[in-house]
Design a binder for this molecule. Structure first.
Ligand code: A3P
Length: 273
């Protein structure tokens, strides 16, 4: 390479692809897309657009492959990627630690009961002949019988179990838990926490958001690639099916002790009923 180019590069004026220094690792249906779209408004953040699935499905392709899927960044810009299945992938904590033990980990969590319904709604949208939520959530499909913990939408809500694995490889201080509920009610507050955690200036503020009453969710005035106000796509913020209140109560009772364990581990009470 020419000396001029080398100088250019050394001054950080030439964009280069870097491995991520922060990851949104989960949870599926927690609000991970919203978080990524909101944080990438920040001029010092560059995000991979789609889920790269490196630490689960594509690990065998190697770190060069992973890096090639990252956006080009200038010096001082932070690279971030989100793949929600990392949170529940057994090998992911060790693999992420091997890449960089100081990787910052962001986890959006949401009431496991609503998360399960959201997860089910997504699956049902792809498979119209699917049984009802009530039939799927109990063993034998009998309303009121034992909660089927082997069913993905339920199993994924046992946050304490997956967190235990991550804490074998990362100190709690390297994880930030974002409340999926607050990300909807007050995105600016959660984004302030995220920017502080990532060591970024507080650039993303309440000025960036407006509440779109038709959508029922916060939307953005503008962001990268959009000069006009816009919301997340149709697949984010779906209508949930009606679920029998007795079933909802059963599920809340089921998750309560596991939620308590999760609150203890994180030191945060997320206030799920
Ligand atoms: P629902 O579609 O069930 O309402 P993920 O991106 O992790 O798949 O999470 C999807 C969920 O993000 C949505 O679930 C929705 O509740 C939540 N969400 C949070 N903020 C949102 C926003 N500003 N716009 C749309 N959905 C948002």
């Amino acid at each position: 390479i020419s000396p001029k180019y080398r100088l250019f590069r050394e001054q950080g004026l030439h964009p280069v692809r870097q491995l991520p220094s922060a990851l949104v690792i989960g949870v599926k249906k927690g609000g991970t897309r919203a978080l990524l779209e909101f944080i990438r408004i920040h001029p010092d953040v560059r995000a991979a657009g789609s889920e790269v699935h490196f630490f689960d499905k594509n690990y065998h392709r190697g770190f060069q492959w992973y890096r090639s899927h990252m956006p080009p960044t200038l010096e001082g810009q932070l690279t971030i990627e989100k793949t929600p299945s990392y949170f529940i992938t057994k090998e992911a904590p060790r693999r992420v630690q091997m890449m960089n033990p100081s990787t910052k980990l962001l986890v959006v969590v949401r009431d496991p009961v609503t998360r399960a319904i959201s997860d089910y709604t997504q699956a049902a949208s792809k498979k119209p002949e699917m049984k009802t939520f009530e039939e799927m959530v109990f063993i034998n499909g009998t309303v009121g019988s034992i909660v089927d913990t082997s069913w993905g939408p339920v199993k994924l809500g046992l946050y304490y179990k997956y967190l235990t694995r991550w804490l074998k490889f990362f100190p709690l201080s390297q994880l930030l838990f974002i409340s999926g509920e607050r990300l909807i009610l007050d995105p600016a507050i959660e984004l302030k926490r995220v920017q502080d955690f990532l060591g970024l200036k507080r650039v993303v503020t309440e000025k960036h958001f407006y509440f779109n009453t038709t959508k029922g969710f916060p939307c953005l005035f503008k962001s990268e690639g959009h000069s006009a106000p816009h919301c997340l796509g149709k697949t984010k913020g779906r209508n949930h099916p009606y679920v029998n209140p007795v079933v909802l109560q059963r599920l809340r009772d089921f998750f309560r002790p596991f939620n308590m364990r999760f609150y203890q581990m994180t030191g945060i009470n997320f206030g799920w009923a």
